[in-house]
Write a protein that binds this ligand. Structure first.
Ligand code: SER
Length: 319
């Protein structure tokens, strides 16, 4: 299945579950000084979660494939790109959202059905994490999916409490991991080797319950909500039976173009991945109106361009 088909399958699945299919918003968040770039699918719905705006078209369920950039700000993956199989500065996040409609049980049920029935990913390859104190979510995973208790890992705030920025909507989360198998180095979630590429988080289900204020106070949201995010590139790697996101169809086109432009034939050279990733981020940022400059968003764009250029130089293609 090509990445484009996986994106459609996701949106169609959630449309069948009565979600409104909404367009991606811009990478530049509208009137939100707390954020540099749109870093998750929930950003365009922030005011809906906070109860300050009505849900779009009055529908309390929505689904999107959202353009995201994680370079600068709270979620910053820039320095990881080129060192792991799974990090990007620009990526697409598939998400389903409940604005005070369904909560944990249905979020878990939909996610498991999409992954194991719709996409037919073998359940033996899947692991789940929950926030350590969230016994409700742990119980629901067992009830709704029959997953063995020893495949559920309870982790702390750093891993399983999601927030978009230092302030704003947030809550405990539960993640689905895919095990790429023994041939890849890395340990299960929460283990000392968790940062390896063997167990990869593919989907994050956030149980949005609080609004965090600048002094750290957590105020309950008017109604509990759901915000999920699944990396399209990571999911595509699983379904295309490749271990690295850079080997999927949509990224390979860019890796090959980078190789042709730099005159390289060593297609597994990490610098080609960096260039492929960064050129995507730069292109989408420029399309959304960001231009290189000395400050703010424009400065992050300039840093991405510089980092890509350094890798072109490393490949010997800049004299
Ligand atoms: N907001 C959560 C995340 O970015 C889920 O969409 O992981």
């Amino acid at each position: 299945m090509r990445a484009a088909e996986i994106r459609s399958r996701f949106l169609q699945y959630f449309a069948r579950q009565a979600h409104a299919v909404r367009p991606s918003s811009s990478l530049v968040p509208g009137d939100d000084p707390t954020l540099l770039f749109t870093n998750a699918g929930m950003v365009q719905f922030k005011k809906v979660f906070l109860g300050q705006e009505a849900p779009p078209e009055g529908n309390r369920r929505a689904t999107t494939s959202q353009k995201c950039v994680r370079a600068g700000g709270k979620h910053n993956d820039l320095e990881q790109v080129g060192h792991t199989a799974r990090h990007h500065t620009f990526f697409e996040m598939l998400g389903n959202f409940s604005f005070g409609d369904y909560f944990k049980r249905d979020a878990i049920r939909f996610a498991w059905e999409f992954v194991t029935v719709e996409l037919k990913i073998p359940r033996e390859h899947l692991r789940v994490t929950v926030y350590k104190d969230d016994d409700e979510a742990r119980g629901l995973w067992i009830e709704e999916t029959g997953i063995a208790a020893n495949r559920i890992y309870g982790l702390g705030e750093k891993d399983n409490f999601w927030q978009m920025a230092d302030t704003g909507p947030c809550g405990p989360c539960s993640e689905i991991f895919y095990d790429h198998g023994e041939a890849v180095a890395g340990g299960p979630p929460g283990s000392p080797d968790a940062d390896g590429d063997r167990y990869i988080e593919i989907w994050n289900l956030v149980f949005m319950q609080f609004d965090r204020s600048a002094d750290g106070t957590l105020t309950p949201l008017p109604k509990p909500c759901v915000d999920t995010g699944m990396g399209l590139e990571r999911l595509t790697a699983v379904l295309q039976h490749v271990h690295s996101n850079y080997q999927i169809d949509s990224m390979q086109a860019l890796v090959m173009a980078a190789a042709a432009a730099t005159g390289r034939t060593d297609l597994d050279n990490p610098s080609l991945n960096v260039i492929a990733d960064h050129i995507r981020a730069c292109s989408f940022l420029i399309v959304d109106g960001v231009l290189p400059s000395n400050e703010g968003r424009g400065y992050v764009l300039r840093r991405i361009i510089r980092r890509a250029t350094r890798h072109v130089w490393k490949l010997g293609a800049l004299k």
